[in-house]
Design a protein around this ligand. Structure first.
Ligand code: UFG
Length: 324
């Protein structure tokens, strides 16, 4: 029988890619999204517009569509916003997860893939970070993701829920132009925005303890990330499954290298300006991907050029107009 997965936040940039990966793997998907940041134009499967705080409606959706399991992405994800509005983040990322787990328990839906984040680590003191590195988040966003992992683990112990928590590193690129990232809060879209305004991008800090002085991150193509969800789902067939995985490439690129890649791909001359360091930015966060490689047989297939190239090509028309 075909499996049907409920994707919360499936109208979002990452969620829409997850839906497509599920379909490519032969599963069906149903999306629930409150459209606070999602876009209905990305959704081509049965859709329920709702906040997952609405436990009864979620339970009704689980029953009506005979849902096999849930991929839970609906959450707020801006670090700076979380510092200003911690209550919002705890409500939407933690309380709403409690509501979802309640509905799942009521309906005996016992498989969950959870969207976690490298933000659970905070400041990292090793070249590559393993899943057993101490978790010391430095902002409410990272804290809510870590609390989410704990909640799920405890519920799994109590009820036999099977789960995989995926700690996303820095997501970029797109599998199709219509699925592109509409958010403007991460490095690659912010560089594009600066170019669209006819300005030079700003590097946040040039004196970090890294080879070129700019921060180093592990960039992962959203298509690879989406495929990691499907690989994680396969591991949930095993009774008692409870996993935490880093999802990255295992290779770091500096902010300056990423901007150089944008210059190459776009054919634009770019001379970034080095500004002040952004408070709270760790110098270097790169995944150790041994665990996910060995356990799921998953590894990233796309490189930084493909991420930047696909994102560049998905840019809206107004940006094309200023391309030279
Ligand atoms: N940066 C610049 N200039 C810009 C934008 C970003 O120099 O205009 C730098 C940042 O200082 C940072 C790097 O580019 O060093 C990446 O910044 P992002 O904002 O794209 O991503 P972060 O690494 O800060 O955060 C991302 C996600 C978070 C997640 C975190 C986990 O946005 O949700 O990864 O590591 F928590």
């Amino acid at each position: 029988m075909t499996e049907t997965w409920l994707v919360t936040g499936g109208a979002g940039y990452i969620g829409a890619h997850v839906v497509r990966s599920l379909q490519a793997a032969g599963a069906e998907a149903v999306v629930i999204d409150d459209l606070s940041t999602g876009d209905l134009r990305r959704v081509e499967v049965p859709f329920v517009q709702a906040d997952i705080a609405d436990c009864e409606l979620v339970a009704d959706t689980l029953r009506r569509h005979r849902i096999t399991g849930v991929v839970h992405l609906a959450a707020d994800k801006q670090v700076e916003e979380s510092m200003r509005e911690p209550l919002t983040y705890y409500r939407r990322n933690v309380v709403n997860l409690m509501q979802l787990l309640t509905a799942m328990a009521q309906c005996e839906v016992d498989k969950l893939v959870f969207s976690s984040s490298a933000a659970v680590y905070g400041m990292v003191d090793s070249a590559q970070v393993r899943e057993d590195h101490p978790t010391r988040p430095i902002n409410p966003y990272g804290e809510t993701k870590l609390v989410g992992e704990w909640l799920i683990r405890d519920q799994a112990r109590a009820t036999g829920l099977r789960y995989a928590a995926l700690r996303y590193f820095n997501v970029a690129g797109t599998a199709a132009p219509e699925l592109g990232d509409l958010g403007r809060t991460n490095l690659v879209p912010m560089v594009f925005d600066a170019l669209a305004r006819g300005e030079q991008p700003v590097i946040f800090g040039g004196q970090h303890p890294t080879p070129d002085g700019t921060c180093v991150r592990d960039f992962i193509h959203v298509q690879d990330l989406a495929d990691a969800h499907v690989a994680a789902i396969a591991a949930l067939d095993e009774p008692g499954a409870g996993h935490v995985f880093n999802v990255g490439c295992g290779r770091g690129y500096s902010v300056r290298e990423v901007i150089e890649m944008v210059a190459e791909v776009s054919g634009r001359g770019i001379t970034p300006r080095v500004g002040a360091a952004r408070p709270g930015d760790p110098a270097m966060v790169v995944a150790d991907t041994t665990h996910i490689n060995a356990t799921l047989g998953w590894r990233a297939r796309h490189d930084l050029r493909e991420m930047v190239n696909s994102a560049w090509r998905a840019q809206p028309r107004q940006l094309s107009a200023v391309r030279t």
